[in-house]
Write a protein that binds this ligand. Sequence first.
Ligand code: ADP
Ligand code: MG
Length: 619
Amino acid sequence: MALLQISEPGGKPTTPAHRIAVGIDLGTTNSLVSASCGAGVEVLPDASGNYLLPSVVAYASDTDPVVGSVARAQSTKDPKNTISSVKRLLGRALSEVEQAPQFKQYEFDAERGDGAPAIVTAAGVKDPIQVSADILQTLVYQAEHSLKAKLEGAVITVPAYFNDAQRQQTKDAAKLIGLNVLRLLNEPTAAAVAYGLDSKEQGTVVVFDLGGGTFDVSLLRLQSGVFEVLATGGDTALGGDDFDHAIVDWIKQQAGFQVLSSTDEAKLLHYATSMKHQLSNSEEVSIEFNGWSGSLSASDFRDITEALVKRTILTCRRVLRDAQLEVEAIDNIVMVGGSTRMPVVRQAVEKFFGKAPLTDIDPDKVVAIGAGIQADVLIGNKSADDFLLLDVTPLSLGIETMGELVEKIIPRNTTIPVAKAQEFTTFKDGQTAMALHVVQGERELVSDCRSLARFELRDIPPMVAGAAKIRVTFQVDADGLLSVMAEELSTGTKAEIQVKPSYGLNADAIEEMLKVSHENAKADMEIRALREAQIEAKQLIDAINSAREIDGDLLEASEARQIDNAIEHLASLIASGTSVQIHESTEELNRISSLFAARRMDLHIGEALKGESIDKVEQ
Ligand code: ADP
Ligand code: MG
């Protein structure tokens, strides 16, 4: 979905007292909190001056949980009660995570009804929402201590590919500690905001995020200060850790180490990480280990990590292909994650895109800073001229109904991802197929909206008009992809289609559509009322005509004439009357034919009762 800039509802032109809102990067490995403090947005450190809070929580006993570096330090000693990487568990079912290697050490409590994974610890059973809430609580304390003020809200970042359930559980975690979520922001969008890229008129941004264990690439399109996610890609098993292991393997080979004790393995890995960090600032590092000494040069490092770097570039290529863009179309590349400090990575990215990536902001802090900037705007510390970035539906999404009218299912400005359903029915007796036409826009008539897609639902069992129940579900995912599903509820027959509503839509077109809809609001309302009256009238005439085919002999000649006249009058009004006239005549025809309807009812109930026991009828 294209994103739309909107000003804050009821935003005041003057700013009263500065209100405190923070940005939170709730990470898999580390979490950070930031806030606007005078000059700009800064990451807030804890009491010891650390700004990275390891996303690790220890539940060793029934006391308060321990969060951060202390918990991480004890994780090898007490792995069962120390939960790390909880972000990978959010919004997932137990069956999905039980097998994952990084959660091997846990005992999951399978008895929770909703299928959500919950970990058995010494302090009781903990679900991913609770663990995330404990991390958030620590960040809130850290921020309130550092700012000496009470927080009024937070913007929390989530990966662009997070689905509805994962986003909802992130919000639930905040709710659990009473933290007001101003909004969730996609991590790559936050990184682009940190670099001020949202202030440009338009552009295309690649966010390259290489962390410790994961790699994410997002391609964003910017229009009038608003971002849309065009494509995402990555590798959940590629990160800085792999570079560490490459160094370990190289040392073992150089030194001829065959088998190492597990303590030596751990030590060697630790050295390797430290060598990797040093190589980000120097040309060569030396090492002494178990009686062997040697040195690793930047060019050796390049050779041994070439395959890993290549994998990141292949992912970039794939993301560009998904978005059907050439490298030349990319205006900016934003580097995120500690591993983008490696010169080998930066150089490969620069070579592939043909321009230098943005690296001025600390790659650990960039997401948190973007979230903090956004939080400051959302809490109202900026003037009404500042626009808010929102991942919203810029125009309403709906379906064509009888009379070429549009029934809106997802109204414009709805925050995505979102799912909404509505029930529809058949128009004609015995109708076995339904044509579904998905449209976008604010106008009442289909012809005044953008047509997005058409599809058909077939195999509806024949029933009288209005008896079938067809549920139509509209779902817009985090990337703005719309799925429309129609399901006939008695048989479960389904049909589905997917479209990208933002395709071919730009900010100017959206603005124009909104302008036209405002100008035509009154006329649109009138035409809608007229069409609805016409449909209602037609339906009544059809119903009476088909009843007369079956039970015409229930009518006396004078009654039949009276009904004929009323139908003729109504038919002429359908062609040229106003909605009020049609409505009144429909009521009149209804009244005239009510005796006929009552007689038919008596007749058919009598038939239905024949041969049935009273019990059965009363059921
Ligand atoms: P995550 O997103 O998984 O939480 P981070 O973005 O914090 O991870 O990145 C952690 C990774 O960054 C680790 O593999 C770490 O070794 C690496 N890293 C941190 N600083 C440097 C550096 N100066 N040079 C190379 N790699 C670094
Ligand atoms: Mg990260």
